[in-house]
Design a protein around this ligand. Structure first.
Ligand SMILES: *Cc1c(COP(=O)(O)O)cnc(C)c1O
Length: 361
């Protein structure tokens, strides 16, 4: 078979000359660790989401760990997370010594299901971690209602959905705390990086204190999770483009939707999505992935593996691991099709051609 003339990777950061200039300026200044740029990035991110403040971290995973720690969560506590999520979320809960309790997702939007959460709440539940997956909001208001006056804290994981809104209000502003990731494949990037955001002055101070490892009279465990100033400069420059990035993601999704309508296939069109992932339902997932890749389009599974599929996780829990039918269905059927702002019109057109080939074969 002839090699395709275009190769479309699953994602690619959109780094422009102005981003390079911003990083270069900081590198040349000689002040490259965590400083002024990090503080400005924290201020600009929290202003963007509409919260009091932020603490930049080395990754989304460290941001989750820091947030859980600031909430005082540890041994003997339970934290509810969806099973249909990346393993880093599970790990971050484990760092604290708390027990991650898995919940199922919804078939509509594939976010953690409020009904499943209600089943998993116990006397030990201290926190519900709510990732807004693939760019579309989880039912955060219902989840807040379930938590009610119980004292159960809510952390929103906006790693895939920063910039999305519910009723004009930004995701990340609903829970007690929010976390972001700026990993290379995310909505915008600092290479590796993350942030904790919160409206609480007290929690902000707790996070800062947990990161401070020197200049203390009394020793306590601290976490060196800092972002560098040159990463923050990249983040600040990228944040200025975030709304444009989201617009382009939605534009590409609209083009794919039209292709599917023409094929007589109803596209998913998740509500309020910023299309971190363009998701499609397939009857023969592995065959679609293989065929698309052969043609030069790197489609894939939007979640590598649900947590309850890892035998190590099953054995350490001894729970009934058959209780996640929606996650099972999502894992078996969902395909993501590349949709990111670094895609040119030509690449999008090429991808549309491959979608037509795949869905008419
Ligand atoms: C990427 C991601 C994380 C982890 O972020 P890192 O920066 O890679 O550590 C956590 N949660 C979700 C939903 C993610 O997509």
């Amino acid at each position: 078979m002839k090699m395709p003339c275009i190769q479309i990777p699953p994602s690619k950061p959109n780094i422009r000359q102005k981003d390079l200039d911003a990083v270069k300026e900081v590198l040349e200044s000689g002040m490259i660790a965590s400083g002024e740029q990090v503080r400005l990035f924290e201020d600009e991110m929290s202003a963007y989401v509409g919260l009091r403040g932020g603490i930049a971290t080395s990754s989304g995973t460290s941001a989750i760990h820091l947030a859980l720690n600031a909430l005082g969560i540890g041994q003997g506590d339970e934290v509810i997370i969806p099973t249909y999520v990346c393993a880093s979320v599970f790990s971050a809960v484990n760092y604290t010594g708390a027990k991650p309790v898995l919940a199922d997702v919804e078939l509509n939007g594939f976010n953690i299901s409020p009904e499943s959460i209600a089943h998993k709440i116990s006397k030990r539940t201290r926190c519900i971690l709510v990732p807004h997956m693939f760019g579309s909001p989880a039912r955060i208001k219902e989840i807040l209602e379930i938590a009610g006056e119980s004292g159960i804290r809510i952390i929103e994981d906006c790693a895939q959905s920063i910039g999305s809104l519910i009723g004009g209000r930004k995701l990340g502003s609903f829970g007690d705390m929010a976390v972001c990731s700026f990993y290379a494949t995310k909505v915008f990037t600092t290479g590796q990086g993350g942030m904790v955001l919160t409206g609480s002055h007290e929690l902000l101070e707790k996070c800062r204190d947990l990161m401070k490892y020197d200049g203390r009279a009394n020793y306590k465990v601290s976490y060196n999770y800092s972002l560098t100033d040159f990463q923050a400069a990249l983040g600040r420059s990228q944040l200025k483009d975030l709304n444009e990035f989201i617009k382009r993601r939605r534009e590409i999704a609209g083009i794919y939707d039209d292709v599917f309508y023409d094929l007589g296939v109803r596209p998913m069109r998740p509500k309020d999505s910023i299309y971190f992932r363009y998701i499609s339902d397939t009857s023969d997932l592995d065959a679609y992935i293989l065929k698309a890749r052969k043609l030069g389009l790197f489609c894939g599974k939007p979640v590598f593996k649900p947590l309850h599929y890892y035998k190590e996780i099953q054995s350490s829990f001894g729970e009934d691991f058959k209780g996640f039918p929606n996650s099972d269905r999502a894992y078996g059927r969902l395909l993501f099709i590349p949709d990111y702002p670094a895609m040119s019109d030509e690449m999008v057109e090429y991808a549309c051609g491959i979608i037509k080939t795949l869905w008419t074969a």
